[in-house]
Design a binder for this molecule. Structure first.
Ligand code: SAH
Length: 394
């Protein structure tokens, strides 16, 4: 099989030589033919040395590399990759675990498959493509999943409608591509939660906070807990199991508050320690005084692009400053950023300046990140998107 050849400008081969998987459109000198979006192309430096094979797409990232060696990109190629990703989760103890059946099977660049996310919720796989190339091989991916999981897999739901560029004209529609699943209750560390992959954000649940929720549980005993940006209430029901004396969940979305209430009810029916409010976080934090001794701040990505980075950092600063100013002495803050464009350093500096503004003595107790089923490709540091700090505020 020969692929259309893409030649890079002089000096633009450096990042690929360091195994970074993206080719920006500005790095391309010449293409020998007109690849269609989603085609595999073969990338060379300007001295005609092979660099890699990847999916072509119109946009700022023109090629997403899927192999740094010259191979045939066929069904077997994809099966080998997905099997490797599966084996990694087996090795992490996530497959056939009796207390956790929600995990990420494929984490895009982190599993050397740029553009592909697959989350498992019990017997259902939720597949989300972020590149045209991955979307075009969706049937192959479905067949591979059926082969790997056999009877254990009851349904595959494809959720790529809003993640593929609309100009690509491949018309992705959300829906089942195999079976239909009735199971909507998944398990995480023995706690139950309802997943709504059809209407919910992302693939339905934020599986990336699993380890951090487990840590929060340990800090919760006897505490008054405020879970800001609660979405489906993940942190809230862990705090309750940890023995919190009161848990308040806040999200601006009414639907999120409903889901949180439902999930708390699933785990702790009739428990009066919990209450939930649909209000804006910034407004809510204006006047909480010192009623809480544990606050979780897990906002949505304030910055999706580099050009709004400064505004995003101001947002994080304002948010954290409000918590620092009011939390009870001896209180604990779990603060996060899930923006890929906000580096670990930038996040820490922002939280630092928010702390300084309050004038309080603040210490870092834990430094948090994403769990092992969201691996970071060492050559693609942008993949480390989730950053968190556990802070002790005197
Ligand atoms: N902590 C959650 C995930 C948070 S996702 C978990 O563990 O699953 C971010 C949430 O922030 C979304 O549910 C969104 O509705 C909410 N949100 C966005 N802007 C907000 C605002 N200004 N005030 C309150 N909530 C907001």
């Amino acid at each position: 099989m020969s692929y259309i050849k893409v030649v890079l400008k002089s000096g633009k081969d450096q990042s690929l030589r360091r195994f970074h998987p993206w080719v920006f459109s500005g790095a391309i000198k010449k293409m020998y033919g007109e690849p269609a979006e989603g085609d595999i192309v073969s990338v060379f430096d300007n001295k005609n040395e092979f660099l890699g094979l990847g999916h072509y797409q119109i946009g700022s990232i023109a090629v997403r590399i899927v192999s740094f060696t010259e191979v045939e990109v066929n069904d077997q190629f994809w099966e080998d990759k997905i099997r490797k990703a599966y084996q990694l989760r087996v090795d992490q103890g996530l497959v056939d675990d009796e207390t956790t059946n929600a995990y990420r099977l494929v984490h895009a660049e982190g599993d050397n498959m740029p553009g592909l996310i697959i989350d498992m919720y019990d017997d259902t796989a939720v597949v989300q493509m972020h590149s045209v190339g991955m979307f075009l091989i969706k049937d192959t991916i479905d067949e591979i999943l059926k082969k790997i999981f056999g009877d254990q897999l009851k349904a595959i739901y494809n959720k790529s409608e809003s993640t593929i560029p609309y100009k690509a004209k491949v018309n992705p529609e959300n829906g089942y591509t195999f079976g239909k699943s009735e199971t909507r209750i998944a398990l995480e560390n023995g706690l139950k939660f309802r997943v709504d992959w059809e209407k919910g954000q992302k693939t339905g649940f934020f599986v990336d906070q699993r380890d951090n929720r487990a840590l929060l549980e340990k800090y919760s005993k006897g505490k008054s807990v405020l879970n800001m940006f609660c979405y489906t209430g993940g942190f809230s029901f862990y705090a309750m199991r940890g023995g919190a004396k009161l848990v308040h969940s806040v999200d601006s979305s009414e639907r999120a508050i409903e889901l949180t209430k439902e999930n708390v009810e699933l785990n702790y029916p009739g428990d009066e320690r919990h209450d939930a409010f649909a209000v804006d976080a910034f407004k809510y934090l204006d006047d909480i005084k010192d009623q809480y001794d544990l606050i979780i701040l897990d906002p949505p990505a304030f910055a999706k692009h580099n050009n709004v980075l400064n505004n995003a950092l101001q947002g994080y600063k304002r948010l954290n400053a409000k918590a620092f100013e009011q939390i009870k002495p001896g209180g604990i803050i779990f603060t996060f950023s899930c923006s890929q464009v906000v580096s670990k350093d930038a996040f820490r500096k922002t939280v630092f300046s928010a702390a300084a503004k309050s004038g309080r003595n603040v210490r870092i107790l834990n430094q948090l990140t994403q769990p092992a089923d969201h691996p970071v490709n060492i050559y693609h540091p942008e993949g480390e998107y989730l950053k968190g700090l556990v802070l002790y505020v005197e």
